[in-house]
Design a protein around this ligand. Structure first.
Ligand code: SF4
Ligand code: SF4
Length: 234
């Protein structure tokens, strides 16, 4: 036996129109979330993956980024250069010189693997995203263009106050403290002055200078090895 159909309420004429107008009024009074791009630039998070910048001074042409790129869209050309030995009898060294570094952004999927694997910090994300082109070939950015993107890379965030101090900072501070201590015990001359004086001393004639008689040589008994001039020679 069929179920009884519940009675439908009678429709009020114009109720649909009133409901639609109510929705419109409610939406009009809400704050809009639409960004008026390009008139208003969007506020992007600092770690936005917009485009990749190359700091080629750091690049050693190790090819790791090109090998790991899942899209094979990094093109690197290089040649070897021989550097003569710095000292007589030493061995010549060879190094890779970068000839071409390009990224095809029409293939790139912005995975960031190349940036992660680069062992020498030569690749960085930039939040710039306005580089659309009408010709797909123009989306291959060569090294000059990749370098320009470098200047749009934001500064790294500040260190956590509780973080361990980077060893580079500690080494620089230690060197500065040592220099300051050296200058403190040499109030009448700079370290460079002492080095120059130390270099001139061996050329002086023995016994023809009053200063030599006043200042005992380091190998004489009783010579004060903590004197500033001796420190300068050391
Ligand atoms: S982001 Fe990914 S796809 Fe793009 S170049 Fe780097 S490794 Fe290749
Ligand atoms: S991984 Fe880094 S250093 Fe090696 S080729 Fe790529 S950008 Fe250069």
């Amino acid at each position: 036996m069929a179920e009884p159909v519940p009675p439908t309420r009678p429709r009020i004429p114009g109720s649909g129109l009133a409901k639609g107008l109510a929705v419109t009024l409610r939406t009009m009074t809400r704050k809009t979330v639409t960004e008026q791009y390009p008139d208003a630039q969007p506020e992007l998070p600092p770690r936005t993956r917009g485009v990749i910048g190359l700091f080629e001074e750091n690049c050693t042409v190790c090819m790791l980024c090109a090998r790991e790129c899942p899209d094979w869209c990094i093109y690197i050309d290089s040649h070897k250069e021989t550097i003569p030995a710095a000292t007589p009898g030493g061995r010549d060294r060879s190094r890779n010189v970068l000839d071409r570094f390009a990224i095809d952004f029409s293939l790139c999927m912005y995975c960031g693997i190349c940036i992660e694997v680069c062992p020498f910090d030569a690749l960085f994300w930039s939040p710039e995203f306005e580089y659309s082109e009408t010709d797909i070939r123009d989306l291959t950015h060569e090294r000059d263009k990749l370098r320009e993107w470098m200047w749009t890379v934001p500064a790294p965030p500040a260190l956590d106050p509780a973080a361990e101090e980077p060893k580079e900072l500690a080494a620089a501070r230690k060197a500065a403290d040592k220099l300051a201590a050296q200058q403190a015990v040499q109030p009448t001359g700079t370290h460079a002055d002492e080095q120059v004086r130390g270099a001139e001393e061996p050329t002086r004639q023995m016994g023809d200078s009053k200063q030599q008689t006043d200042q005992p040589r380091p190998d004489q008994p009783g010579a004060d090895r903590s004197r500033p001039e001796q420190e300068g020679r050391e």
